[in-house]
Unconditional design. Sequence first.
Length: 101
Amino acid sequence: MGNDRGGEPTWWLYGDNHRMVAWAGEAFASRGNAERAAQAFKAGASTARYDVYTDTGGQWRRRAWRSSDKVAASGEAFDSKSNAERAADNVRDNAGGATGP
């Protein structure tokens, strides 16, 4: 848990290797809302839909969706589609046990 660059509450989850595995990709109205969103993501990470895409700078990124709602975004860019796909698999497999809220 923490605040984004604009000072608004958001969340990040970290794996056992202390590397970020997921980020909300958005700010929340309150710290409580951010914490609830993080807990919901952890609980549903294994069943979320993941996709990879190129950002405006041509870098590969990944994001997670539940229904039509984006529930997490990559906090880092990847140099290849396959690396972004591996990162998405890592989130799916490990976010449920990640540290954070």
